[in-house]
Design a protein around this ligand. Structure first.
Ligand SMILES: C[S@@+](CC[C@H](N)C(=O)[O-])C[C@H]1O[C@@H](n2cnc3c(N)ncnc32)[C@H](O)[C@@H]1O
Length: 293
């Protein structure tokens, strides 16, 4: 079963080399063949992304429109799909009409690389590994917290926040096979230097925070009143950042747990201090002093 699935996925990737380049595709972009996502996989992709009526979903290479139409029908989600092939656009519009969601969705004959994605809170894709990689810089520049869901293909060293595998009998025109679904949450850009101040143990404490980042993975160090200490357990999910470190306050080691929401050059949230004679929670604000180059 595993082997059959890998062969079929390979066929899809291989087919891309054989399929003629659609009229509007630039020659440096691989052609993605039309292979519809099985309906059960569509439903799982939408559950993983936790789509709601408040979302705006864009499907890149939308085929017969099933992802956009299902989101609108089941959750009231608005959105659009783009596809190079006019036959697919006609099918998608017919699909929207049949499901009475034409007030919520639209389909455009357009190259996905020329599509403005700024409105999206959710992006879905069933493309190819190389196309995912070509899109990656543009996806990383989307609003922090935007959810990206890809059927079958990952994004190389940008590891997914969630990954599931499920069987689908109707995959590949009824041949059946497993489907991989990957979910990423676009991380805020936090790398660089940040400054913050708290009053702890009755005295002002100065924190110079240095953050390093690779996609959603974050680490770094903090200088507390000039003394360096290592950041531990940093987590970044969209714009939500949290980390902890141990630093001396009034001569005793104190655990600092910082958590907050990143908004450009500012993080606002809460600091919890415990240890020594301290056990307190307070507002925590950090200001960016320098972005990483
Ligand atoms: C594998 S199918 C996925 C269809 C649909 N998203 C689904 O999951 O059922 C990929 C679709 O992308 C379209 N496509 C390929 N290259 C494209 C491009 N550069 N811009 C827009 N659509 C493209 C193809 O015509 C095809 O319909």
């Amino acid at each position: 079963m595993q082997l059959a699935m890998r062969m079929l996925k390979g066929m899809m990737a291989g087919a891309a080399l054989l399929v003629c380049m659609p009229a509007h595709a630039a020659s440096d972009q691989p052609s993605v063949p039309y292979v519809p996502t099985p309906q059960a996989v569509v439903e799982r992709m939408l559950t993983m992304a936790k789509v709601t009526a408040a979302d705006y979903l864009i499907d890149l290479g939308s085929g017969d429109g099933r992802i956009v139409v299902t989101a609108a029908r089941k959750y009231g989600t608005r959105g659009f799909g783009v596809d190079l092939n006019p036959v697919r656009i006609d099918e998608a519009n017919e699909n929207a009409r049949k499901n009475r969601v034409t007030d919520k969705v639209a389909f455009y004959q357009r190259n996905l690389f020329d599509t403005d994605l700024s409105q999206a809170t959710v992006i879905t894709m069933y493309l190819l590994p190389r196309v995912n990689l070509q899109l990656r810089p543009k996806l990383l520049d989307l609003k922090p917290g935007t959810r990206l869901v890809s059927h079958d293909f990952d994004m190389d060293d940008w590891k997914a926040d969630e990954h599931v595998r499920m069987g689908a009998n109707d995959k590949f025109s009824g041949a059946g096979g497993d489907s991989d679904i990957y979910l990423w949450i676009v991380p805020a850009k936090v790398a660089g230097s940040w400054r913050s101040q708290l009053t702890a143990g009755g005295k002002p404490q100065a924190y110079e925070i240095q953050l390093e980042q690779k996609f959603q993975s974050v680490g770094g160090n903090v200088r507390v009143n000039g003394r360096p200490t290592q950041i531990q357990g940093a987590k970044l999910r969209g714009a939500e950042l949290s980390f902890s470190f141990i630093a001396e306050v009034n001569g005793a080691p104190v655990k600092h747990e910082f958590s907050g929401r990143v908004d450009g050059g500012r993080i606002s949230g809460e600091a919890a201090l415990s240890g020594g004679r301290l056990a307190s929670r307070m507002e925590w604000i950090a200001e960016r002093t320098e972005a990483a180059r």
